[in-house]
Design a binder for this molecule. Structure first.
Ligand code: NAP
Length: 277
């Protein structure tokens, strides 16, 4: 079983360089898949109120063969729970549904700028971290301008910004901003949801050279960009394949060639206009 290395977040917490996406993992089969991933070495589990599988994630944490404090559970506050009081209530609800005493990383799922409550939501998260109900606090789908506003108005920099990131959308400018401010980048849909990405010739060729799969080339690319990918797989074999990317390294040129596949957001979800409740 490979050990997934960690990096240190701006709040001092050790954070895995790769985690498990859980969107769509539900019911008894979902719990089984999440437990299989933990058995395969995954320690970071990514859920959200809106995935309607927080219960399954909590059950998997209890069923796992490792201690609770070795696992990092991420959940996300949905748009309909924005605002100070609602964010507190949302967090209490997530803790109750998961049956956990604390959440390792809580994220604002989408900024929803027309609602204009993400700063108040953030203030609640700062207080929840103070009360040790949240270990780390971060955001998802935030732009540079939104991050700057949070930092300027509260003095607290998010530990993580989880954003759409894959070779078709490498987020070069946002990653540079994160690096400048000590924000860890996390990649959602790191495999571009198994679109035609995995058939790209350059990935096929690199897979041949390194004796790995195109998926492993993509996940290694994320690691070398300094972003934590959270590939979702229900299948134990594919979960093991996805986690096994710490035994080889791409050259800087190869990383650059993969980033050259850029074509933009795949699902048109720009945080300035796309809102989710
Ligand atoms: P993804 O991880 O890029 O791709 C998942 C798809 O790839 C599934 O169909 C999976 O099928 C397949 N797959 C996984 N490993 C594979 C392998 N080794 N070979 C071939 N196919 C493979 O997409 P995602 O689920 O959209 O994103 C990952 C996670 O990011 C989500 O689960 C969620 O936790 C998070 N997310 C967050 C946001 C946000 O707004 N913050 C948005 C979207 C997603 P199998 O299960 O059959 O293996």
């Amino acid at each position: 079983m490979p050990t997934i290395p960690t990096v240190t977040l701006n709040d001092g917490i050790a954070f895995p360089e790769l985690g498990l996406g859980t969107y769509g993992l539900r019911g008894a089969e979902g719990v089984e898949s999440i437990v299989a991933a933990i058995d395969a070495g995954y320690r970071l589990l990514d859920t959200a109120v809106n995935y309607e599988n927080e219960r399954e994630v909590g059950d998997a944490v209890r069923a796992a063969s490792v201690d609770r404090d070795e696992l990092l559970v991420t959940t996300k506050i949905p748009g309909r729970h924005h605002g100070y009081d609602d964010a507190i209530e949302s967090t209490n609800g997530s803790l109750a549904v998961m049956g956990l005493d604390w959440i390792d990383l809580s994220l604002i799922h989408w900024p929803n700028p027309s609602v204009d409550k993400y700063v108040d939501t953030w203030r609640a998260m700062i207080d929840l971290r103070e009360r040790q109900l949240l270990r780390s606090i971060g955001v998802s789908n935030f732009t540079e301008a939104m991050l700057t506003r949070l930092i300027d108005e509260t003095g607290v920099t998010p530990a993580v910004n989880q954003v759409e990131l894959h070779p078709y959308f490498p987020q070069t400018e946002l990653r540079a901003f994160h690096a400048e401010h000590g924000i860890r980048t996390e990649s959602w849909s790191p495999l571009a949801r198994r679109s035609e990405l995995l058939q790209e010739q350059v990935l096929q060729e690199l897979a041949e050279i390194y004796g790995v799969t195109p998926t492993q080339i993509v996940l290694r690319w994320h690691v070398q960009l300094g972003s934590t990918p959270i590939p979702k797989s229900a299948d134990p074999d594919r979960q093991r394949e996805n986690a096994d990317v710490f035994g080889f390294a791409l050259t800087d040129d190869e990383v650059g060639v993969i980033s050259g596949l850029e074509r933009g957001r795949l699902w048109g979800a720009h945080p300035d206009t796309h809102e989710e409740m």
